[in-house]
Write a protein that binds this ligand. Structure first.
Ligand SMILES: [Zn+2]
Length: 363
């Protein structure tokens, strides 16, 4: 996910924090400060939010552990103001597995709340002043965990309830339709909740932000699944550009400019004498290098290193994930046997493939 920072790695899963999370912290600190307790109030509020998000993280690791039980790894978890997002390497295919993975997150919060209740001898009683009057830290944390259970079981993506709903629907209809229905219900809930808040005149900016996030996430989930369905069984080699121009490292920038202007290709692989890939020069890099070094400068000195590449037989959906996470618009496709660059993968070409497949499906 873009706009996020890495915090560390736990059991092979990278833990990241989205920048908007810091906006939440700042907001909470300001609220704490305006509560009449000054800096102490702000510190107290920030400490609580941090503890609350440790619970969010443990919740996510509930999902991660359950997924691992089905042989699914989780490359990263991102903390957002609305909670955590564990990006599973793939979704469990069987609805029953998705159900288990979805439920294991809230289960962690149930365990934490029960633990706090037993340890502190706290009764679970709803006290609306608890969160306003700088109430008891652990009691607040226990209530927070219970709220997380309730919130996460709302049947809308990206909450676990959305996945639970999809898994249950998935028992009777196919995965794509189950996702569409679950996403539509999620968006309806988000819009209704947002409208009700606005109409009641009690709209809290945080809650409106959550409704907005939920609305976007539901749409994204549906789009992702229908894209995955469309690309099912396709590999990188089916979508890559094989008719492309490459340049030698001693070619001059003006030679690349000539290629750029004479054709539709934007990014050019730089190949060594034996066809081995040395790097890539993107249009953006080319333009930057031109203003810095002028047209008579060898490409070899300004090419971008090869940190990201994909093999031709990689699953296309997986490769699109790699492309999405990469900072450049084109990925070289490397034959693992020869080490040669045999194609280029970019979003434009994949889009064309999608158009063709959609047209064929209609025909
Ligand atoms: Zn969850």
């Amino acid at each position: 996910m873009k706009w996020s920072f890495k915090l560390g790695t736990v059991a092979g899963t990278e833990v990241r924090v989205h920048v908007t999370f810091f906006i939440l912290l700042a907001f909470v600190a300001l609220q704490g400060m305006s509560g009449g307790q000054g800096t102490a109030g702000a510190l107290d509020a920030v400490l609580f939010v941090t503890a609350a998000f440790v619970c969010v993280l443990l919740h996510e690791f509930g999902h991660v552990t359950a997924a691992r039980g089905f042989g699914i790894r989780t490359p990263d978890i991102t903390l957002l103001p609305i909670g955590g997002v564990a990006r599973l390497e793939r979704m469990p295919e069987k609805p029953a597995q998705e159900l288990v993975v979805a439920l294991c997150g809230p289960l962690v919060n149930v365990v934490i709340a029960a633990g706090l209740s037993l340890f502190l001898g706290l009764g679970i009683a709803w006290n609306p002043e608890l969160f306003e009057a700088g109430g008891h830290f652990w009691e607040k944390l226990m209530i927070w965990n219970l709220m997380m259970v309730a919130f996460n079981l709302v049947p809308a993506f990206p909450m676990d309830g959305g996945r639970v709903l999809r898994a249950l629907l998935g028992l009777v209809v196919d995965y794509e339709r189950a996702t569409r229905w679950a996403a539509a219900l999620g968006q309806t809930i988000a819009v209704t909740a947002g409208l009700l808040m606005l109409l009641s005149g009690q709209a809290s900016p945080v809650l409106l932000l959550i409704a907005f996030f939920v609305f976007m996430a539901a749409g994204q989930e549906a789009a992702m699944v229908s894209q995955r369905q469309m690309f099912h069984g396709l590999r990188v080699q089916d979508a890559m550009i094989t008719d492309f121009r490459a340049v030698a490292p001693d070619a001059l920038l003006r030679d690349v400019v000539a290629l750029l202007l004479s054709g539709t290709q934007h990014d050019f692989p730089v190949l060594g004498p034996h066809g081995d890939l040395l790097g890539i020069i993107t249009r953006q890099r080319l333009v930057g290098a031109l203003s810095e070094h002028g047209p008579v400068h060898p490409v070899g000195g300004v090419l971008e290193p090869l940190d990201v590449q994909v093999p031709p037989r990689m699953d296309l959906v997986e490769a699109l994930g790699v492309l999405d996470a990469a900072t450049r618009p084109t990925l070289p496709v490397i034959d693992p046997l020869t080490g040669r660059c045999i194609g280029l993968l970019n979003a434009e070409n994949v889009g064309e493939l999608l158009m063709v497949r959609t047209a064929l499906k209609r025909a």
